[in-house]
Design a protein around this ligand. Structure first.
Ligand code: FEO
Length: 183
């Protein structure tokens, strides 16, 4: 008896996402190492932690595929991109990466809707929300860098910014998520 509750196209697109999240973990890891080498310990801290979060995303998709009777696939990873020239490029590249990842998530949700696979549609919603947070996190980094002077930022303002970034959580908080229990 076939107990796989995922169609072949859904299983394939989810497995594509497994690789995408694993690749993302590598991208954050390589940028974290770059930031650390450049002396941006705070940014490196955030990026190292975020690399772990991407790996957790990968695990979440693997668990779902297995839970639904499919089979998750582990494949070779893409080489990480070359080092950015500066913090501006680092944050811009990360932002573009997150937007691309959001598009990939939307494809999963779109396909699951087309197939009336409501379990996968529901699973995809967690990632839709997560991607809003991820994009916001990087937008905030770009905003902070802009206030610090962007391409003309002084060493002092970059040092201050790096310290601040090192202290922040890697998940953005939203006012709409606030409640009485969690103000
Ligand atoms: Fe797993 Fe940054 O998205």
């Amino acid at each position: 008896m076939d107990t796989n509750r995922l169609s072949k196209p859904i299983e394939d697109i989810l497995n594509k996402q497994v690789k995408k999240e694993a690749d993302a973990a590598q991208i954050y890891l390589s940028y974290a190492i770059w930031a650390d080498s450049e002396g941006y310990a705070g940014v490196a801290n955030l990026l190292f932690r975020h690399s772990g979060e991407e790996r957790n995303h990968m695990m979440k998709v693997i668990e779902y595929i297995q839970q639904r009777g499919g089979k998750a696939k582990i494949t070779a990873l893409a080489a990480p991109p070359k080092d950015p020239k500066n913090l501006q490029e680092c944050f811009e590249k990360i932002f573009q990466h997150e937007v691309d990842n959001s598009e990939a998530i939307y494809e999963i949700v779109y396909l699951s809707q087309k197939e009336k696979d409501w379990a996968t549609w529901n699973f995809g919603q967690w990632f839709v929300k997560e991607q809003i947070e991820e994009e916001t996190l990087v937008m905030n980094l770009l905003d902070k860098l802009k206030v610090a002077g962007g391409p003309n930022a002084t060493s002092e303002s970059l040092l201050y910014l790096d310290e601040k970034i090192g202290q922040q959580e890697d998940d953005a908080d939203f006012a709409r998520d606030a409640s009485v229990a969690n103000p």
